[in-house]
Design a protein around this ligand. Structure first.
Ligand code: PMP
Length: 304
């Protein structure tokens, strides 16, 4: 039986309950994070990837929603580490912290309400089973930042992701790509998007109604720095650029770096996983797994 942090204590998974009346259940009033930790066999260590940045984004999400977290940011980070230890985590793990309105009263309110923090974790290998994806442009538009804050991770916004993903799956695709209300490329259902064109990496910025992404930021930093030193541009991407790109990939904490080799039945590049996608993916895995040097603040050891 695993352990979960719930309302101030670490309990058995089965004892972490919410009422069916909870505002978090009825209205999705809350926000969450998704963090990966990578097991390094030769060092016998579990490294949490960009823990401080994930907790910072969680607290920024709460700020955007106007929720007051029950504990300071640094305590949330410490609790993530303690929870992994109590779960005896010695494999690749995923950690899911949630800040939510912990009230069973009827109306959807974000003011004068108790806020709780819960954190659960689970072993997690690859998120997509396929080596490369066939994606579609969704008929659902990405929720606009002025409707439900897309820069943050509000629970309620994931209906948007789920609708797009369901449509994609029902139509035989692996994943959906969202356009913004204005019609430019936003992101995947729960991952960011890059295209590669004549050697240059291009990705839409967060102002295109996508999450302020940590994997995206990490990949931009790795691509621009030694030994790769590639050109990376953040700019608006139009739908048709997807079809003519040399390479396309999605990235995210769960998705890691996942190649897309077909979009809307069109073959991307030569239809194989692209060279730059492979090189950047390998570099990311090495750094995140603690097998190559990256920025020192990126990895937090759980056991050491
Ligand atoms: N977009 C959305 C909507 C997501 O839910 C996620 C997963 N957190 C991402 C992008 C990828 O962001 P990150 O790299 O910070 O996990």
């Amino acid at each position: 039986m695993g352990k979960t942090y719930h309302r101030g204590e670490i309990v058995d998974d089965a004892d972490a309950h919410l009422s069916i009346r909870s505002k978090a259940v009825n209205y999705g009033l809350g926000c969450f994070g998704g963090i990966r930790a990578y097991w390094n066999e030769s060092k016998e260590e579990l490294f949490v990837f960009r823990l401080a940045d994930h907790i910072e984004r969680l607290y920024e999400s709460a700020l955007i929603l106007g929720l007051e977290p029950p504990v300071p940011e640094k305590d949330a980070a410490t609790t993530v580490l303690e929870l992994l230890r109590q779960n005896d985590a010695r494999a690749d793990y995923y950690v899911r912290p949630l800040l939510y309105v912990d009230s069973d009263e009827l109306s959807p309110t974000l003011t004068d309400v108790p806020v709780a923090l819960s954190i659960y974790c689970l072993p997690l290998g690859k998120y997509f089973s396929a080596q490369s994806l066939h994606a579609c442009v969704s008929s659902w538009r990405r929720v606009s930042d002025n409707a439900i804050p897309a820069r943050a991770k509000p629970t309620a916004a994931y209906l948007n992701s789920a609708l797009a993903r369901a449509e994609a799956r029902r139509n035989g695709f692996d994943e959906a790509i969202f356009l913004t209300d204005e019609g430019s490329v936003s992101e995947g259902s729960a991952a960011h998007l890059f295209i590669v064109r004549r050697g240059e990496l291009i990705s839409p910025p967060s102002t295109e109604d996508n999450l302020d992404g940590i994997t995206r930021r990490s990949l931009i930093e790795l691509a621009r720095s030694e030994p790769l030193s590639w050109k990376v541009t953040e700019r608006t991407i139009s739908r048709t650029e997807l079809y003519t790109a040399d390479e396309v990939f999605l990235c995210g904490t769960a998705a890691e770096l996942t190649p897309v080799t077909r979009i809307d039945h069109r073959v991307i590049g030569d239809g194989r996983i692209g060279e730059q996608t492979s090189v950047l993916g390998a570099r990311f895995r090495e750094v995140a797994g603690g097998r190559a040097d990256g920025p020192s603040s990126w990895l937090t050891p759980v056991w050491g």
